[in-house]
Design a protein around this ligand. Structure first.
Ligand SMILES: Nc1nc2c(ncn2[C@@H]2O[C@H](COP(=O)(O)OP(=O)(O)OP(=O)(O)O)[C@@H](O)[C@H]2O)c(=O)[nH]1
Ligand SMILES: [Mg+2]
Length: 688
């Protein structure tokens, strides 16, 4: 069996150099023939006009390329993801379908809030990682400091496979600790690598780190431990390779490499490491899914003989090809012309074409197999997170978690003539980006667009203008609040209706209030005894409450959490139906929630600001003004790092305000930290 496919994601904080690195990966694998640069707006990955203009990645791009190593050809599917938190859904859906990641770090700014975010997201999905410490040429670059932060901030065990030869503008190459050679990149495009002996002044350090490499492997790999302890055994390169592979794939350690993508140094060894240490799809444990009919758990082998199953992780509407569904195939295979089903909708459809994405073109392929990432045409109704399967067995795979919006604006087309196409465009845009929500405000009749941040909404509206030619009027951005109950109440809800024929009847008594733990969502405790409510109605009651909490009674915003204890009830032998109990739960919630002293919660952001000493006073005073709380002030590479918790509502315009305050000498990044109670004096102005 061949283990030659690698499905990898490139993840990191904004500006760490993911796109620059991906561009180099494509160049050295021969997929592109000219190196593009983000700053010149000519990269293969950031194709979108806004990506070019803003110099950031907005939508993640999937691309297939090949790398040759030791007579083997590896098919590498790469997804370059955006670093900005506003595009978090791109990271989430990519990590859901990838087998491993390359986490990129900036050698001078190290582990930043969004690095932590995406790192722990990858952890949640249980995928293997390799670290690439990029920007070794930048002022303040410090490989060893970042190595240490991987340990302290990410709780990981970094395994340096290389150490750099000097840093900043002296950065020349790397020392390969396995081969014990120094590698130098000498030409402008970084194509020629010269291998030399380790320079004298780096020998001691290289010995120290090689020993550390071996000791770490011995600590985390039993097999290697035996060889390491046995004085008779001479440790071969092969033994080290195999041990790294096992320790990386068991996720005990993370191999670390370094370089400068921009200066074209250090990329080829990263490709070798991807091929050597990261898992092939068919080496991973079997896939767990659910039989959509029987709800039974099914395990699927990750091979072509198995029945077909795949997950749609992205929907793209292409001007020429129409709707494209990006699909990760987990088991079995598909050919164009095959009929498959969308398990969510039961829709059966014929696959018209199977495409592979290659730089700026797509290639039609005959067959898609287990482990592949492809795009399909011909699907009408597919959404992000849908499972596709063969007709013989509908298999539901775990879906994709979509982050909930935190901010919204009211929007309308500038001219009445655009009114009709406006609705269509909004639904198209939502199809491509499930983290956007479009709603109509019941009171004002306005159209509200909600998203993950100011930039997210700005980019979306700009997309509507640029790609669809619709000019938009927009209101001020507003925070999406949540609600929470603060007191527990007991309530009885009785639904009795007699409208000729069969009537409706449901009777429930329940306790409703805040959760005791700090978890989110609904905690539902069923204390019904003696079958006074038949067990088949219980899930309907739970469903009723779950739906009801989507609209709080204080402000109409969803409840963050709620606890329901179902105590008692009764049924009517002829009139009671499952739906009646669902309705009773919903009505019951509406009737009693107001008396449970509901309060408003607002999103609180964890903000990190990097600036210089001189602006300490200005930055801290500004944080206070925004109702923020400073949690720490550190120093790194001569820069001050302020960490604070600031309510989202007072972060609007933060980036440009900070630029003005510090004459552009500060950078800021944020991530959603948690929801907290809105202080009464503000809540009173929000809820009337
Ligand atoms: N000095 C230096 N600059 C680099 C290096 N790699 C990337 N850059 C620069 O860093 C900036 C950001 O690079 P990108 O590749 O767009 O970073 P990214 O991680 O893709 O950013 P987002 O997609 O917005 O999250 C650009 O100005 C690059 O030219 C490097 O190795 N050294
Ligand atoms: Mg990018």
């Amino acid at each position: 069996m061949k283990y030659n496919t690698r499905n990898i994601g490139i993840i990191a904080h904004v500006d760490a150099g993911k796109t620059t690195l991906t561009e180099r990966l494509l160049y050295y694998t021969g997929m592109i023939h000219k190196i593009g640069n983000v700053d010149e707006g000519n990269t293969t990955m950031d194709k979108d006009i806004q990506e070019k203009n803003r110099g950031i990645t907005i939508s993640s791009a999937a691309i297939s390329t090949q790398w040759k190593k030791d007579q083997n050809v590896f098919n590498i599917n790469i997804i370059d993801t955006p670093g900005h938190i506003d595009f978090a859904v791109e990271v989430e859906r990519s990590l859901r379908v990838l087998d491993s990641v390359v986490a990129v770090f900036c050698a001078s700014s190290g582990v930043q809030p969004q690095t932590e975010n995406v790192w722990f997201q990858a952890e949640k999905h249980g995928i293997s990682k390799i670290c690439f410490i990029n920007k070794m040429d930048r002022i303040g670059a410090d490989f060893f400091a970042v190595l240490n932060e991987i340990k302290t901030k990410l709780n990981a065990v970094p395994l340096a496979l290389q150490i750099p030869i000097d840093a900043e503008d002296q950065f020349e190459g790397v020392i390969d600790l396995i081969k014990q050679k120094a590698l130098y990149w000498i030409d402008e495009n970084g194509e020629t690598i010269i291998e030399k002996e380790i320079p004298e002044n780096h020998k001691a350090e290289a010995d120290e780190f090689r020993l550390k490499l071996m000791e770490t492997l011995a600590e985390f790999d039993e097999n290697f431990f035996e060889n390491f302890m046995d004085s008779e055994t001479i440790i071969s390169e092969e033994m080290i390779f195999e041990a790294i592979k096992r320790a990386c794939q068991s996720r005990a350690v993370v191999p670390v490499l370094c370089g400068s993508a921009f200066k074209n140094k250090g990329v080829q060894p990263l490709l070798d490491a991807i091929a050597s240490y990261l898992p092939a799809p068919n080496q991973l444990p079997s896939i767990k899914g659910k039989d959509a009919k029987t709800e039974e758990t099914i395990e699927l082998e990750r091979n072509e003989e198995e029945t077909f199953s795949g997950l749609v992780f992205k929907v793209v509407i292409d001007k020429h090809m129409g709707k494209l569904a990006m699909l990760r195939i987990y088991s079995g295979s598909i050919k164009s012309g095959d009929t498959v089903q969308n398990v969510r909708t039961d829709e059966h459809f014929r696959i018209s074409r199977i495409l592979q994405m290659q730089s700026d073109k797509t290639t039609t392929i005959e067959e898609g197999k287990a482990g592949d990432i492809v795009a399909l045409t011909g699907i009408k109704d597919a959404k992000t997170g849908d499972s596709l399967s063969g007709l013989e067995k509908p298999i539901l795979l775990e879906s994709i978690t979509i982050p909930t919006p935190v901010i919204r604006v009211s929007i309308e087309p500038k001219t009445n003539a655009d009114e009709k196409s406006f609705g269509l465009v909004l639904s198209k845009i939502q199809e491509e980006d499930p983290s956007l929500v479009v709603e109509r405000d019941k009171q004002t009749g306005e159209t509200l667009l909600s998203g993950l941040g100011e930039l997210h909404l700005e980019v979306t509206l700009e997309k509507i203008r640029l790609n669809h030619g619709i000019e938009i009027n927009q209101g001020k951005p507003k925070v999406s609040y949540k609600e929470i109950l603060t007191e527990t109440k007991k309530h009885r809800e009785k639904l009795v209706k007699q409208t000729g024929g069969s009537g409706q009847f449901a009777d429930i008594t329940f306790e409703i209030g805040p959760r005791d733990d700090n978890e989110t969502g609904l905690e539902f405790i069923n204390q019904i005894k003696g079958g006074v409510i038949p067990s088949e109605y219980i899930p309907s009651i739970e469903k009723g409450f779950r739906e009801a909490m989507e609209h709080g009674t204080l402000s109409g915003n969803p409840l963050e959490s709620m606890k329901i204890t179902l105590l008692d009830g009764s049924t009517h032998s002829e009139d009671s139906k499952a739906l009646d109990f669902e309705l009773a739960a919903r009505d019951g919630f509406k009737g009693v929630a107001k008396s449970c002293k509901p309060k408003l919660l607002e999103p609180i952001m964890q903000v990190e600001i990097q600036s210089i000493e001189e602006y300490t006073g200005v930055v801290t005073a500004d944080i206070n003004k925004r109702r923020g709380m400073i949690t720490s002030i550190d120093e790194k590479s001569g820069r001050k790092i302020f960490t604070a918790e600031v309510p989202l509502a007072s972060t609007f315009g933060y980036i440009s305000d900070l630029r003005t305050l510090t004459s552009g000498r500060a950078s800021i990044s944020m991530k959603l930290s948690h929801y907290a109670l809105v202080p009464d004096f503000i809540a009173n102005t929000l809820v009337t």
